[in-house]
Structures are given as C-alpha cells and as structure tokens.
Write a protein that binds this ligand. Structure first.
Ligand code: AP5
Ligand code: MG
Length: 205
C-alpha cells in the first residue's frame, strides 16, 4: 500500500505516521526528517535546506524531488507512507511519474489549533517520540524513554506564520488535486492522537 499523509504543519502527520508504522507494514518517508538529519550532519543538502527551513519556506523542488526519488528507490518504490511530500502541485506531478499512489489521507485540523500545537511540540533526542508541553507536567524528559526533549528550530512563532502561509498557498491545493484523482480521504484531526488513529484505521482497513 502506497500512502500520502497530507495536512498543515502541526496537523499530526508525524504523530499518526508513528502509529501507522507500528500497525501496518509501510515505510515512513518524511522529507522534513531527511532534511533535519542532513542539517545535523551539515551535508551539502543540509546546509542548503537549512537556509529555507529557518525562514519557513519550501526547499527547492529539484532538491526535494531528488531525495524522495532516492528514498523510494531504496525500498523498490512500494509499501510506503510519504509525510511532508508532495507539498505543491509540481511535486505531485513529479511523484505521479515515479510511483502509483493508492490513498491520500488528509488530516484536517482547525487553523487556530495549529500554532499552539507546533509551538508546544517537543521531540525526544533518544527515541524520536513526538510530544507536547501540555502532556509533560513541567518536566523536560520523554514520557516513553526518559530521554532529553528538544524544540525544533523552525517551531518559533515567526517561522510558523510563514510555514502556515506557504501551506495555504502551495500545499492546500493538493486536496483538490487528489480529490480529482479519487484518492483523497479526509480524517478529522481534532480528536486526541488515539481518536484520530481510530479514524485512520477505518480508512486503511
Ligand atoms: P516537516 O518536518 O514536514 O514539517 P511540517 O509539514 O511543517 O509538519 P510538522 O512536522 O510541523 O507537523 P506534523 O503534521 O508532523 O505534526 P506532529 O505530529 O509533529 O517540514 C519542515 C520543513 O522542511 C518545511 O517547512 C520545509 O521548509 C521543508 N520541507 C519538508 N518537506 C518539503 C517538501 N516536500 N518540499 C519542500 N520543502 C520541504 O504534531 C505537532 C504537535 O501537535 C506535537 O506536539 C504533537 O504532540 C501534537 N499533536 C499531534 N496530534 C495531536 C492531536 N490529535 N491532538 C493534540 N495534539 C496533537
Ligand atoms: Mg512532522
């Protein structure tokens, strides 16, 4: 099964991807995670990506499409879940030429909830768990493994504003694009992570 997870920044794509990966045999490909790994290693791609990510802008298509093509090739172009790609119509058209997509799950969240979710997000440096300050009771350690929690550098309010604007202008039109292909399923992302996952399971069967 080849899936795309669509949704605004903070909609819960990464949170649902963890649950989907634990329950279905699909490989999680997150362009944001690939860029963050490259930034940490200060590779050529990482240095370039950082200059866009810190401003809340999209990394140029030719770079992003290439890394996705390589990641898909490594898994023989099957049984994957794309998180954060495609993010504009051009990327979707490139993807259509590479692989067949079965389902596109759009996690739909009220715009007002997104900034609070993103600014409160913390991720574990040890196990990668995604959490939120509201669940930590003042602590700064991972509730799963006790590891140190950090905040993403693009999760500052100013950057979030531009990420949300880019989403509205460039990514939201993908909803109509995949609707026209008959592949789009919308899931209400306003419940708890487990409630949202119950909806996702209904879609994936
Ligand atoms: P990326 O890493 O993809 O970030 P994003 O799309 O902005 O999405 P997020 O990761 O912020 O949110 P999410 O939907 O995964 O939510 P999460 O589960 O963490 O991209 C980063 C940057 O890289 C981009 O800005 C761009 O510059 C570049 N980039 C990436 N892909 C690109 C591409 N294709 N082309 C060009 N550039 C690209 O949840 C968020 C928070 O909410 C967490 O705290 C979580 O605990 C909480 N939460 C989750 N679900 C719920 C729930 N149901 N109820 C309450 N809280 C919840
Ligand atoms: Mg994410």
């Amino acid at each position: 099964m080849n899936i795309i997870l669509l949704g605004a920044p903070g909609a819960g794509k990464g949170t649902q991807a963890t649950r989907i990966q634990e329950n279905y045999k699909v490989k999680h490909i997150s362009t944001g995670d690939i860029f963050r790994y490259n930034i940490k290693q200060q590779t050529e791609i990482g240095v370039l990506a950082q200059s866009y990510i810190q401003k809340g802008q999209l990394v140029p298509d030719e770079v992003t499409c290439k890394i996705v093509e390589i990641a898909l090739n490594e898994i023989n172009n099957e049984n994957f879940m794309l998180d954060g790609f495609p993010r504009n119509i051009n990327q979707a058209q490139v993807l259509d030429k590479l692989v067949k997509i079965d389902k596109v799950i759009d996690i739909s969240v009220d715009l007002g909830a997104l900034t609070e979710r993103i600014c409160g997000r913390r991720s574990c440096t040890a196990c990668g768990n995604l959490t939120h300050v509201s669940r930590l009771g003042g602590k700064n350690t991972c509730e799963k493994c006790g590891g140190e929690l950090i905040q993403r550098s693009d999760d500052k309010e100013e950057t979030v504003k531009s990420r949300l604007a880019v989403y509205s202008e460039q990514t939201a039109p993908l909803i109509e694009y995949y609707k026209a292909q008959g592949k789009l399923v919308s899931v209400n992302g306003m419940g708890t992570p487990d409630e949202v996952f119950e909806e996702v399971k209904k879609v994936l069967g």
